[in-house]
Design a binder for this molecule. Structure first.
Ligand code: PLP
Length: 398
């Protein structure tokens, strides 16, 4: 049976050459990079080389900090909770602004801050394109705002947010700015310095690196209370013996992803657009967000008259892995939060089908996937009483 992986926004296959580079650090070169003996020296050198690659690949200056974490969820929690200690506790600021379509790592951490520590969390609305208006932030921000948190690219729609402009508004009002760049790194060019952000989170497994390693960019000179106390790892900012193999893998994965950005923007974008055009030939289907404003690999299609779970199951039987949205929210298959936030239809009678490609997908895979999606929509609609008997759709279909 064919196996076609179109769920790269959930996680990606590790690039085989990345894995090869990591292997020695999982086998023979195992010293603690903080140890002074030659075992430690060997890993220390690998660590330094990897950090250099990360700094240049992310557009960080040597004066900034790129701190290794276990994943983007950790980085995000660190920023949000650190801001509480540094900017809210014992100060007259008490609010955080987040966009209405952040990943659950942001939403859940903010819900915790709100419920347990009394932080006021305000939601910056998203427009019908699934992005935020800078003017809405201007209207909402105040001198009580400690942090503005807006993702660089959305995990479900792929929409890219105006990060530089939003960060500027935050700074004009004395607030700090964090971007969750998890879905942007490796897909589009990111340069944290020139974007003017204070903090940025990312995770290696989203760009063909290993799982269990991510990072937090912290702009030069910024304080951020540590959450993991212990040894002097990462300059004392985040303690815990370093995952050298993971860091080596993440740095190489980033180098490769950046090398392939042009390919991503031409070849992957062309395959994505081809798949999208085919899906749009199905009646009663819409795709969220303007193509030019999306990362090149993502499609979020709303398909009327088909249940999401049934569609995924059908595709799975045909060997295609897709998703109805964020893998972290998969228990809420029937109501996709982003579709609600942007006012698009997604409920038991509409699939919010997310297809996310990678550089490992081929044209023949995409052609096959398009045929299977069209066939599944037809088959499932034929047995869907909701589609056949919905009076409004009947009217529209005539
Ligand atoms: N932020 C975004 C936008 C994501 O898409 C994800 C993962 O899906 C995360 C954060 C969390 O990443 P991780 O699971 O690596 O912590």
């Amino acid at each position: 049976m064919k196996e076609i992986y179109l769920d790269n926004n959930a996680t990606t296959m590790i690039d085989p050459s990345v894995f090869e580079l990591m292997k020695p650090y999982l086998e023979n070169i195992y010293g603690n990079p903080n140890s002074l003996h030659r075992y430690g020296q060997a890993t220390h050198k690998a660590l330094n080389d990897a950090l250099n690659k990360l700094y240049s690949g992310l557009g960080a200056s040597d004066l900034d900090d790129v701190i290794i974490t276990s994943c983007a969820t950790e980085s995000i929690n660190w920023v949000l909770k650190g801001i509480y200690f540094d900017e809210i506790l014992n100060k007259d600021k008490n609010e955080i602004i987040i966009s209405g379509v952040e990943h659950p790592a942001v939403g859940a951490a903010c819900a915790f801050l709100e419920a347990r520590l009394g932080v006021k969390v305000k939601t910056l609305p998203v427009n019908s394109e699934g992005t935020c208006n800078v003017d809405d932030l201007k209207a909402m921000i105040s001198d009580k705002t400690a942090l503005v948190n807006v993702m660089w690219a959305n995990n479900e729609t792929g929409m890219i947010f105006p990060i530089k402009e939003l960060a500027q508004v935050a700074h004009e009002h004395g607030a700090l700015f964090h971007t969750d760049a998890t879905q942007a790194v490796g897909k589009i060019k990111v340069d944290f310095r020139s974007a003017g952000v204070d903090f940025a989170s990312f995770s290696a497994h989203k760009f063909h690196g290993p799982k269990g390693v991510g990072g937090l960019y912290i702009k030069q000179g910024l304080k951020l209370t540590s959450l993991l106390h212990g040894g002097e790892h990462m300059g004392g900012r985040r303690s815990g013996t370093l995952n050298v193999a993971g860091i080596v893998g993440m740095a190489e994965a980033l180098r490769l992803a950046n090398l392939m950005l042009d390919y991503e923007n031409s070849h992957i974008r062309r395959l994505r657009d081809k798949l999208e055009d085919e899906i749009l030939t199905i009646p009663d289907v819409s795709v969220v967000g303007i193509r030019a404003n999306r990362v090149p690999n993502t499609i979020l299609a709303s398909i009327k008259g088909v249940e999401g779970e049934a569609m995924l199951w059908d595709l799975n039987k045909a060997g295609i892995a897709a998703s109805t949205g964020s893998a972290c929210a998969s228990e809420t298959l029937e109501s996709n939060p982003i579709m609600e936030a942007i006012g698009a239809e997604a409920d038991l009678a509409h699939t919010a089908l997310r297809l996310s490609l990678s550089r490992f997908n081929t044209e023949s895979e995409i052609d096959y996937a398009a045929e299977q999606i069209k066939a599944a929509a037809k088959r499932l609609r034929a047995i869907s009483s909701t589609y056949a008997y919905s009076p409004s759709w009947l009217k529209k279909d005539k």
